[in-house]
Design a protein around this ligand. Structure first.
Ligand code: KIV
Length: 268
């Protein structure tokens, strides 16, 4: 006899159905604890390779391995029972369609993620097609691609002129044709975000790409004010996480030093 959970996990079909009806919400998470808190609130949870910066403390996302992404995706899946979980394919893991397929198969076999995310435009057509043909759901990622930070010499807003905007639209259409069920569009001018969202059948989830897209994604540690190294313009900070935690820890230290903690009811 199988034990059926009463909690229904969000499906790809449900995400697709939201296009032109309601905005899609996505947030990153890297562990079971926060995934469990975000779970019943958002539609999708992204185990982004941004974890290499905000969780591990590296200066960019490039150094993270597929093993590490799988470890964190397992943790997130332990916490997320309702949201659709997406695992980011890290730098180097999609170098050829075959390498990408082997990596994505590992993600599916070793975690409960429902999709993988791949950074790249039209050049990823064959790779995404291969994954989709093998039964793996793919989220594309175009615009500002953080995995190119070293080769491009920084994080640069995209779609700043007509040629770039046209290139992005072509990329987006190509990824849809390859079978991606959704796109993350990062760091592009609002007008470009709007044109891309209007021209695609699949949802376009923006990060720093304006309001006229089909949904939004933010990195959890940015929006909750834990990542203090820098704050991009597009981030709305909903909590002063770092300050609140620092103050709580300062109070704990004061309580221990003064002998106020633990009290009798906190002792055996
Ligand atoms: O790695 C990540 O968190 C991402 C988001 C910025 C979309 O790719």
């Amino acid at each position: 006899m199988s034990i059926q959970s009463t909690i229904k996990q969000t499906t790809i079909t449900q995400i697709l159905e939201k296009k032109n009806k309601e905005k899609i919400t996505m947030i990153t998470a890297y562990d079971a604890l926060f995934a469990g808190i975000f779970d019943s609130e958002v539609d999708m949870i992204l185990v982004g390779d941004s974890l290499h910066m905000s969780f591990f403390g590296a200066k960019d996302t490039l150094g993270i391995s597929l093993d590490a992404m799988i470890y964190h995706t397992k943790a997130v899946c332990n916490g997320a029972k309702e949201s659709l979980v997406v695992c980011d394919m890290p730098f180097g893991s999609v170098a050829t369609p075959e390498i990408a397929l082997q990596g994505a198969i590992r993600v599916y076999k070793e975690t409960n993620a429902q999709a993988v995310k791949i950074e790249g435009g039209a050049e990823m057509y064959e790779t995404i097609k291969k994954l989709v043909e093998n039964g793996i759901a793919v989220v594309g990622h175009i615009g500002l691609k953080p995995q190119l930070v070293r080769s491009e010499g920084g994080y640069k807003v995209k779609g700043k002129n007509e040629k770039e905007a046209q290139g992005l639209l072509c990329d987006a259409i190509k990824l849809q044709e390859a079978g991606a069920f959704c796109l993350v569009l990062e760091g592009v001018r609002s007008e470009v975000g709007q044109v891309i969202a209007q021209n695609l059948k699949i949802p376009v989830i923006g990060i720093g790409s304006g309001v006229n897209v089909d949904g939004q994604v933010l990195v959890w540690s940015d929006m909750l004010g834990f990542f203090e190294a820098f704050k991009p313009k597009f981030v709305r900070q909903y909590l002063e996480g770092a300050r609140l935690v620092r103050e709580a820890v300062q109070q704990y230290v004061r309580d221990v030093k003064s002998g106020d903690f633990p009290k009798m009811n906190e002792s055996y």
